[in-house]
Design a protein around this ligand. Structure first.
Ligand SMILES: NC(=O)c1ccc[n+]([C@@H]2O[C@H](COP(=O)([O-])OP(=O)(O)OC[C@H]3O[C@@H](n4cnc5c(N)ncnc54)[C@H](OP(=O)(O)O)[C@@H]3O)[C@@H](O)[C@H]2O)c1
Length: 243
């Protein structure tokens, strides 16, 4: 029987590319976005059986509805990709106000924990599965303008290890840590300074969403069946700082 995945935040960018890579491997994919029509429009760009489901990632009832929908539609939920993320606050950590602090942690950390819990309760706890969290290199090394965002991603990398330990051996939990990828979320980082930015990448370019999808498909596959609690850095060599 073919496997089924939910990819959160898949209407564009990295999430859409992940959905396309999973579908290319024969996986049934449920793509989520805040609006039903955006989720459906994205699913129409994915080959195979892909479908869209509108769900704000921090809405517990919507998350439950999406998990139940995946199970009713396809009969299993083998893969969860916690991809939806936000960055409402640029600047130093000490400038953050409480509402934006809370929003960033709710979307980037609370939601992956809740969606994982629902997937485990409804399917993976009994039948097994694989979870992949989309973190960031900012969760590994600090950066000047993304203080609170980086803190959520560092926490997500730790949560990946914590959940991997709690959920083994039935469920594997891994994460990826990309550097700058050409998407709308990261536009402020690459648009108008791409030439300069490229110089910090030993591999000579920033990332494209298509660089990310296959790595997530690998971590979600049986080829990674002895890998859990790990974070795969996808950064064109950017963390290989020349000191
Ligand atoms: N791009 C980078 O350089 C980079 C680097 C490292 C890590 N990341 C991480 O990669 C992930 C994807 O980001 P991206 O760069 O692909 O951004 P993007 O192109 O802006 O896409 C973000 C996606 O998340 C969805 N989304 C946003 N808020 C949501 C919410 N509250 N509920 C449900 N869906 C929501 C958006 O859909 P709608 O707007 O249609 O709802 C969209 O599909 C994020 O976790 C981000 O932190 C990105």
């Amino acid at each position: 029987m073919s496997r089924t995945a939910i990819v959160t935040g898949a209407s564009r960018g990295i999430g859409l590319a992940i959905a396309q890579s999973l579908a290319a491997g024969g996986v049934n994919v449920v793509l989520t976005a805040r609006k039903q029509e955006s989720a459906e429009a994205a699913a129409a760009q994915v080959k195979g059986t892909a479908v869209g489901y509108g769900a704000h990632v921090a809405d517990e009832e919507a998350a439950r509805g999406c998990v139940e929908f995946a199970l009713e539609r396809f009969g299993s939920l083998d893969i969860l990709v916690n991809n939806a993320g936000t960055n409402p606050a640029h600047g130093p950590l000490i400038d953050i106000d409480q509402p934006r602090f809370a929003k960033t942690f709710e979307i980037n950390l609370w939601a992956p924990i809740r969606w994982t819990a629902l997937a485990v309760q409804h399917w993976m706890g009994e039948h097994g599965g694989a979870v992949v969290n989309v973190a960031s290199v900012g969760g590994i090394a600090p950066g000047r303008d993304l203080g609170v965002y980086n803190a959520t991603k560092a926490a997500l990398i730790h949560v990946t290890k914590q959940l991997a330990l709690e959920l083994a051996p039935k469920v594997r939990v891994n994460s990826i840590a990309p550097a700058v990828v050409r998407t709308r979320l990261a536009e402020g980082l690459w648009r108008d300074h791409e030439e300069q930015l490229t110089t910090v990448y030993p591999l000579g370019r920033i990332g494209e969403p298509e660089d990310i999808g296959p790595a997530v498909a690998f971590l979600a596959s049986d080829a990674a069946s002895w890998i859990t609690g790990q974070t795969l850095v996808l950064d064109g060599g950017a963390l290989l700082r020349d000191v």
